[in-house]
Design a protein around this ligand. Structure first.
Ligand SMILES: *Cc1c(COP(=O)(O)O)cnc(C)c1O
Length: 430
């Protein structure tokens, strides 16, 4: 089928990017389990290597199964192109790589997935990159943090671990004024709940490991480009606007226009960094995307019921779910993610750190794991696990204080989940 705005989300999540297999007519996208592709002749090979013709050379760069997933996620996000990679963390490096160079910085929200905080505060320094952490609710602080060496701002739409909602439109305005792209990690919202490009995002990154696959089977990531940023407006983005020596002086933006970032991601990023998604992983994630909206509806429905139940419970101090009327982020839900505030939030257990440990040990249906976005309900005590590497101040700023647990509400029977929480809270508070 041809993709396009005339089809609704539920149709696109099944069909976008896919066609009956040209060789066999197979209706489901085959797993093209191959490393290399035979060239028609020597001229064909040369044209492919010169980027004069688009086609398959080697699966570190492109693979037909992965290509379907790239097109599907890009379509669901309303972008022009996508590049899949081996994990969400790989996607974050792939998004920053064409923008950054030694001495450049990215202004990032304090409310991020714990692994991202670590990646940005330690590992990217080895590339000579810096991240400046700011509270993205403080718009003046975001503005003040941007300097001549800033090449992007980075935040999550529905932010870890508390399920806070970022005011994407307000951040996009600041990024626009500074002539830098806004990168949004849309993992916890998915394009069903939030479409960051409609709120001014230049790039959207995903950990497809989570809701897009939906059952905790494979890791993967994706970078989607909106195609709207003018990389040649100034000299800030030479990788995209200036001649590339490795391709005979080709200028990506001049040659590929709105697809410049996507082509760069494949021709340079995947070619040289090698953070490639394998075709098996793409297959599992394609299966997941087919039911994305159905699952997200149930995740949201269950999360609303459970958050309301917890908020009324005496054994619980507070609940951070943005879908609660009491949340300071409640008004942003309608604007940023009109189909609901997702399935991720934290709650504080009376009794603090020790009660949280007892709670996670006592739960029977909820699994104690470092993951989210599974059909199964998951729980984690962030302060003793994912956010362990952070200082106490960083933990609080990130919404991972010692007295809170983070839940990723699954699609099970909500009454069973509430009963499980009820028995475990009794044990935790005894
Ligand atoms: C899991 C996650 C990541 C990292 O993704 P991996 O696939 O584990 O590398 C990044 N951002 C968010 C919001 C996540 O939940």
């Amino acid at each position: 089928m041809t993709d396009g705005p005339k089809y609704g989300f539920d149709t696109l999540q099944i069909h976008a990017g896919a066609r009956p297999d040209p060789a066999t007519g197979a209706r489901q996208t085959p797993i093209y389990q191959t490393t290399a592709y035979v060239f028609r002749d020597a001229e064909h090979a040369a044209a492919l290597f010169n980027l004069q013709e688009v086609g398959y050379i080697y699966s570190r760069l492109t693979n037909p199964t992965v290509a379907v997933l790239q097109e599907r996620i890009a379509t669901l996000e309303g972008g022009v192109g996508g590049v899949c990679c081996s994990s969400g963390h790989a996607a974050q490096i792939m998004a920053l790589f064409p923008l950054m160079s030694p001495g450049k910085n990215v202004v990032v929200s304090t409310r991020l997935y714990g692994g991202t905080v670590t990646q940005f505060s330690h590992t990217i320094k080895r590339f000579g990159w810096e991240a400046t952490f700011v509270d993205f609710d403080d718009l003046d602080a975001v503005k003040a943090a941007i300097d001549d060496n800033t090449r992007a701002v980075f935040c999550e739409s529905i932010a870890n671990p508390g399920g806070y909602i970022t005011d994407l439109d307000a951040i996009a305005k600041i990024a626009d004024a500074a002539e830098i792209p806004m990168i949004v990690d849309n993992t916890t919202a998915t394009p069903y709940l939030c479409r960051p490009i409609e709120h001014g995002a230049t790039l959207v990154v995903h950990s497809t490991t989570k809701y897009l696959t939906g059952n905790g089977t494979v890791t993967g990531g994706c970078v989607v480009d909106s195609g709207t940023f003018d990389w040649s407006a100034n000299d800030k983005f030479p990788s995209l606007s200036q001649p590339e020596q490795a391709y005979h002086g080709l200028k990506f933006h001049e040659t590929f226009g709105p697809l410049a970032f996507t082509f760069h991601g494949i021709a340079i990023g995947l070619r040289d960094l090698g953070m490639t998604m394998n075709p098996q992983a793409a297959h599992y994630t394609l299966m997941g995307t087919e039911t994305l909206s159905l699952r997200m509806e149930r995740h949201v429905e269950n999360a609303v019921k459970i958050a309301n139940w917890l908020e009324k419970d005496d054994r619980v101090d507070y609940v951070t779910y943005a879908g609660l009327k009491s949340s300071p982020y409640y008004d942003r839900v309608a604007k940023i993610c009109p189909r609901g505030a997702g399935g991720l939030f934290t709650f504080a257990v009376k009794g603090g750190y020790d009660a949280c440990i007892k709670l996670v040990n006592a739960l029977e249906i909820f699994s104690h794991v470092a993951n989210l976005g599974d059909a199964r309900s998951l729980i984690i005590h962030s302060a003793s696990t994912t956010h362990r590497q952070l200082t106490a101040d960083q933990q609080r700023a990130a919404g991972a204080a010692p007295e809170v647990v983070r839940v990723s509400i699954g699609t099970e029977d909500v009454d069973d989940l509430i009963a499980d929480l009820d028995q475990a809270l009794s044990k935790a508070s005894s």
